[in-house]
Design a protein around this ligand. Sequence first.
Ligand SMILES: Cc1ncc(COP(=O)(O)O)c(C=O)c1O
Length: 486
Amino acid sequence: MGTEFEHLVLTEKETDKKEYQRMIHLTVEKILASLDSGAAYKGMTPEKLRERVHLEELLPEKGLGFDSVLEEASEKILPNFLRPFSTSYMAHLHSSALLESIVSELILSTFNQSMDSWDQAPVATEIEVEVIRHLCKLYGYGEGSDGVFTSGGSQSNLSGLLLARDWFCNTALSWDVKKYGLPASYRKFRLYASEISHFSMEKSTHLMGLGYDCVVKVPVNDAMQMDADKLEKLIVQDLEDGNLPFCIAATVGTTDFGSIDPLGKLSEIAKKYSLWLHADAAYGSGVVLSEKYAHKVKDLSLCDSITVDFHKMFLLPISCSASLVKDGKNFETLTLHADYLNREEDEEDGYINLVDKSMQTTRRFDALKVWFSFRARGKEGWSAMITRFMENARYLYEKLSANSDFEVAVEPEISSVVFRVLPGADRKESADDMNKRIRRKLLHEHGVVIGQTVCKGNVCLKFTLLNPLLTHEKLDELLSLILSLR
Ligand SMILES: Cc1ncc(COP(=O)(O)O)c(C=O)c1O
């Protein structure tokens, strides 16, 4: 019986410690050996990859043992990973993971704390509380503000918007939605977000029982920012029609363009009509750490709730996000006591159960990654990285604008540049087809992964610059490569 279960988990026993160390050491060797080129992707097509990973059975009768499964992973999986740390990867808001944050992941998985209750995560709870306190300060929030870590921007948005809905029901309709469900007037609820806001707005309103139609899409101006005058007109019209505006959801860093909605003006409108102002800063929240550019996001402090994503501009491993709220009392909407977990008396006795603010029950100790990397790199280290992203985008924008073979969609606000290649005079292929073809060729034949989107009806290419190792020379090289594929 004893030997059957050997080396199952890490314990205080020397033999377990040695095996833990051996397995990690071996894994690190395999990971390092797999990094044999600078390509972002080895290029396998979906069919080839599917064939490569096909298994007759996932669960063999007899276990194969760690060493041979690691070997299998080294052959089939490791070489075919996308490498977000490659300077040839710039497709999405998806970054490489800072070295110290990979170590944080090792620590947090090893100890596997669960953030729902203090007795499952004593020091982890206290660290998360401390990290949240400092994050609130960083975004200009004062006394009474609060926050919680979540699984990502979509969940942080859902959390902020849910609080907005319940706040509105409580304050404007004297209706306890937590207890009774939606009020009869729910189909009149209106949430305003720009026409290029992230689809998690609609997903959230669906999940909140309000449906997609609750989201009023506000037109953007030429800089891809929500048009505040049009927003106000839409609110006034809705009020005249008997609808119930409850929230403005601003985007601070739109997914494609990185544009920032005018928070100052939106905050005045929100105050005038007694609406909640939410900021989806999943992308733009990182700008706060650039000494040179932090002013672009200073008005986040005016918002009632903020979505911060650490697995985008902050280069921390997936997943890592936070939902911050100016008046932390609003989190009460997510509190429900269970005798087995988060007793009311715990709170009275000073035991913080973070499940009281969270949609998740069992939850990872992601706050450790922020704690580690903020302390390791400090203001200077962080400022240099974020500023680099933004200045690379400016460089790329200037290069593209100066070349008549390209057309740039909009001046970058943060670190994304959307553009398209224009066909030469002799080309039969449409500009849309050519840009699509170039992206696919880069992916499968050149180990280069860039983004593709649509702007004003045209297929465009996108560089999302979240790699501190990216140089101007590399950007020049990529532009030449793109032109050579025309
Ligand atoms: C502006 C914006 N908000 C929200 C999200 C969703 O974040 P997540 O993917 O972490 O759920 C994204 C994702 O790219 C985004 O660009």
